[in-house]
Design a protein around this ligand. Structure first.
Ligand code: PMP
Length: 360
């Protein structure tokens, strides 16, 4: 039996993708072998890799000015890889802190240069805001401004992306990439680990504008130097081949669903169902400002936290899994990525209503 999986990542994958991967496991398209066993330089894998790149470029409408790289190291790796690639002549950057993940990015960058907090969304209720551009206090001539456009733990999403002119904007979009259209032209760099909304753990998508390729520090490892990776079409070292293959299957699935506009409409519907039940009484609580509420990660608390274990046990009994909040904030969290179907969110909402009624 398949459950409804609300994990924040690694997370649910579309069932169609899993079935196709299973069908192709032993013999990919008559090659007589699994994708896992292929040379990354052979024609078969090269075609898988190329098609994934083309499909991702089409889905996100990535302009010709930007390269798409498939790296390794995840979001946490990028916290070091970004400064090492951009601090070559100006070792200083600004950070907009909207939650736990941008805080980590800010901290890691300090190993390589100066990191300045331009704005923070922290309030007495934790991270509940996405500070608007008018609040950002940028430093003098930073190498870049870093923003985590969706904070997975805190459930804070930034929808209003400013144009910073000559200052490159670097975004960690790990937990909402592909959930809706994004204007990639606004970003110098946009990166995302795959294990939430793209595919499986192991590949990190880095979208980087051409002029970002000549700013690396001398210490930057070659395998993570964007210029080197771009010149070698992400084949400087052995890429995470199976993770790229699964991403490619997800990209095809997204195209069959109608692309990112269609996904956005579905994701809005799913998020609305969930926030509506949270807001309908004081039984469940989410304190994130409405305009900054994430459509992908919905953290919530029970007003009476002594019922937490009961809530989770009842959910599990109905096949609603991975609802426990991140250990740093507690409470609950429902991650409702692209692959979590509307029926899953409906089942969760029904359960939440019933649980509330039962406690009354
Ligand atoms: N950034 C964000 C927004 C994330 O949600 C995560 C993972 N939850 C990371 C970075 C870190 O990713 P990884 O563990 O793949 O390095």
């Amino acid at each position: 039996m398949r459950v409804f999986n609300f994990s924040a990542g690694p997370a649910a994958l579309p069932e169609e993708v899993l079935r196709q991967a299973a069908d192709e496991m032993l013999d990919w398209h008559g090659s007589g072998m699994s994708v896992m066993e292929m040379s990354h330089r052979g024609a078969d894998f090269m075609s898988i890799h190329q098609e994934a790149l083309v499909d991702l470029r089409e889905l996100l409408e990535v302009p010709a000015s930007h390269h798409i790289l498939f790296l390794q190291g995840g979001g946490i790796g990028e916290n070091a890889i970004v400064p090492m690639n951009l601090f070559g002549s100006k070792p200083r950057a600004d950070f907009v802190i909207t939650g736990s993940w941008s805080q980590k990015s800010y901290k890691e960058a300090q190993k390589y240069g100066t990191a300045h907090i331009a704005a923070s969304g922290k309030t007495e209720d934790g991270f509940t805001r996405a500070p608007a551009r008018a609040e950002w206090q940028l430093s003098e001539d930073p190498a870049y401004v870093h923003l985590c456009t969706n904070e997975t733990i805190n459930g804070v999403e930034t929808f209003d992306i400013p144009d910073l002119g000559d200052i490159p904007l670097v975004a960690d979009a790990s937990s909402h990439i592909l959930s809706r259209p994004m204007d990639i032209a606004k970003y110098g760099v946009l990166y995302a680990g795959a294990q939430k909304n793209i595919g499986i753990a192991g590949v990190t998508v880095v979208i980087v504008r051409e002029d970002m390729l000549d700013r690396a520090m001398a210490i930057c490892p070659s395998a993570f130097e964007w210029k080197t990776v771009a010149e070698n079409n992400s084949m400087f070292n052995t890429p995470p081949t199976y993770a790229i293959y699964i991403s490619g299957l997800v990209f095809k699935w997204l195209k069959r669903q109608g692309g990112l506009k269609a996904m956005e409409a579905r994701n809005m519907e799913k998020a609305k169902l969930l926030y509506d039940v949270i807001d309908s009484s004081g039984f469940y609580i989410n304190k994130v400002e409405r305009h900054a509420r994430s459509r992908m990660n919905v953290p919530f608390f029970l007003a009476d936290e002594s019922r937490n274990e009961d809530f989770l046990a009842g959910a599990k009994a109905r096949g609603l899994l991975q609802l426990k909040g991140h250990k740093s904030v507690g409470g609950m969290r429902a991650s409702i990525y692209n692959a979590v179907p509307l029926e899953g969110v409906k089942a969760l909402v029904e359960y939440m209503k019933e649980f509330e009624a039962r406690c009354a």
